[in-house]
Write a protein of this length. Structure first.
Length: 370
C-alpha cells in the first residue's frame, strides 16, 4: 500500500493488518473485472428506486462528482439513502486535513469487501484514486481514504441489525413458438444465470438440444401445452396430449397449460398428480380457482404473481421486472411469467444482474412450490 504525502495524510495500521488485503483485492479485482462490472451493473438506479442523488452546488470537479454520485451508486447494492450520512468540508482527524466524510451503514447480508470494491471502482470512475484503508473494530468497520480533487474518507460500518430490502424471485419463461431465430433465442435464454424455469413445447423441432442446454446450465424444464380458448380440446384429447408430452420430456418437473375451463384444468391437475409434477397456476380464470383445485388434489403448485411481458417492448419488460422485485420485497417471494421473446431476453440480461447485486436471489420453481 502506498502512503501519500498529499494534505498530510498519514495512515497508521497494525503490522500485517488484514486491511492491506482489502485494498489490494479491490485494486486487483477492479483491473480484472471493471469492464464486466460496468457493462452488467450500470450505476443508474431505476426511477422506482428509493435512492436519490444528492446535489452539492458549491463543489466542482471529481470530488464533487464523487460526493454527488455515491447515493445513487450504492443504491445498486441495495443500500438506501437513509443508510448514508455525508459531511462536506470537515476535519478528517487523525489523518489530518479537511475533506468529505461519507459514513455508510452496511447491512449484515452485504460483505464489507463488496462495498469496498464497489467504492474503489466509483472513485476511479470519478477520476480519483484510493490512498489506503484501515480495518477497525475486529473487521466490523473499514475506513477508505481516497483523493478525488480533495480528500474523501469513506467509513463502512457493519450493522448486524440491518438487512437489505430484497426477496426471492422465480421466473417461468414459456416457449413462444417456432420462427426465424427461435432456436438461437432459446440458446441465449439457456445462457442466462440459473435457475430459470423453461416451459417447452413438446413438438419443438430441436427439443432434445434445448433440453440438454437447459439442464447443463442448471435450469428446470416444464411441459408447455398452449390451448386455444376459442376451440379447446376435449378432456380425453388433452389427456392424450399430456401423456405424450411427458414421454417426450421425461426431465420435466412441472406442467404449464393455460386451460380454458375448469374441466380441462381438472384434467391437467390429475395428470400432474399422477406424474408427481408441479402445477402452474396462472391466476387468470374468472369463473374457477385453479390453485384451489390443485391444492385440493394435493399437487405442488406455483402461483403466477405478474406477467412480465404482456407488452412486447424491452423498456416495458424492464419496468415489470422492477415491479416483480418490489412484490418480492413486500411478500418475501414472487413468480414472474414471460415468453421467450427478444425483448424479454434483453430486459432480463440488463436487469437480473442489478437485482442480484441489490440482494435479490433467483430461486427455482421447485424451491417456490408449495
Amino acid at each position: 500500500m502506498k502512503k501519500s504525502a498529499k494534505r498530510g495524510v498519514r495512515l497508521t495500521r497494525r503490522q500485517h493488518s488484514p486491511a492491506l488485503h482489502l485494498v489490494l483485492t479491490a485494486f486487483l479485482l477492479t483491473a480484472g473485472a471493471g469492464i464486466f462490472f460496468y457493462g452488467q451493473w450500470p450505476l443508474q438506479a431505476p426511477e422506482s428506486s428509493s435512492s436519490r442523488a444528492v446535489v452539492v452546488e458549491d463543489q466542482e470537479g471529481p470530488a464533487g462528482s464523487l460526493y454527488e454520485q455515491v447515493d445513487e451508486a450504492l443504491a445498486e447494492l441495495g443500500l438506501e439513502a437513509s443508510l448514508i450520512h455525508k459531511a462536506h468540508g470537515v476535519s478528517l482527524a487523525p489523518a489530518g486535513g479537511m475533506g468529505d466524510r461519507i459514513v455508510v451503514r452496511v447491512p449484515v447480508d452485504l460483505p464489507l469487501t463488496e462495498v469496498n470494491l464497489y467504492l474503489c471502482r466509483l472513485v476511479e470512475r470519478c477520476g480519483g484514486r484510493v490512498l489506503g484503508a484501515n480495518e477497525r473494530q475486529r473487521g466490523q468497520q473499514v475506513e477508505i481514504y481516497c483523493e478525488a480533487g480533495q480528500l474523501t474518507l469513506f467509513v463502512l460500518q457493519r450493522d448486524p441489525e440491518l438487512r437489505r430490502r430484497a426477496g426471492l424471485i422465480a421466473l417461468l419463461l414459456e416457449e413462444s413458438g417456432e420462427g426465424p431465430g427461435s432456436w438461437r433465442l432459446l440458446e441465449r435464454f439457456c445462457a442466462l444465470r440459473p435457475p430459470l424455469g423453461l416451459a417447452l413445447r413438446p413438438e419443438s423441432e430441436r427439443l432434445g438440444e434445448v433440453l440438454d442446454l437447459a439442464q447443463a446450465r442448471g435450469h428446470q424444464v416444464l411441459v408447455h401445452l398452449p390451448v386455444d380458448p376459442e376451440e379447446p380440446p376435449a378432456p380425453e384429447a388433452l389427456r392424450q396430449q399430456l401423456r405424450l408430452a411427458f414421454k417426450r420430456v421425461p426431465e420435466a418437473v412441472g406442467v404449464d397449460v393455460p386451460a380454458a375451463n375448469a374441466l380441462l384444468t381438472a384434467e391437467v391437475v390429475r395428470e400432474a398428480r399422477k406424474n408427481e409434477l408441479l402445477f402452474v397456476d396462472r391466476a387468470t380464470a374468472l369463473d374457477f380457482d385453479a390453485g384451489a383445485m390443485a391444492k385440493e388434489a394435493r399437487v405442488r403448485t406455483v402461483h403466477r404473481d405478474l406477467f412480465i411481458d404482456e407488452v412486447d417492448n424491452r423498456a416495458e419488460v424492464e419496468k415489470k421486472l422492477w415491479e416483480l422485485a418490489e412484490l418480492a420485497a413486500q411478500r418475501g417471494q414472487a413468480l414472474g411469467l414471460g415468453q421467450t421473446r427478444e425483448s424479454t431476453l434483453l430486459a432480463l440480461e440488463a436487469v437480473l444482474p442489478r437485482l442480484e447485486a441489490r440482494g435479490f436471489r433467483l430461486i427455482s420453481l421447485s424451491q417456490l412450490a408449495r
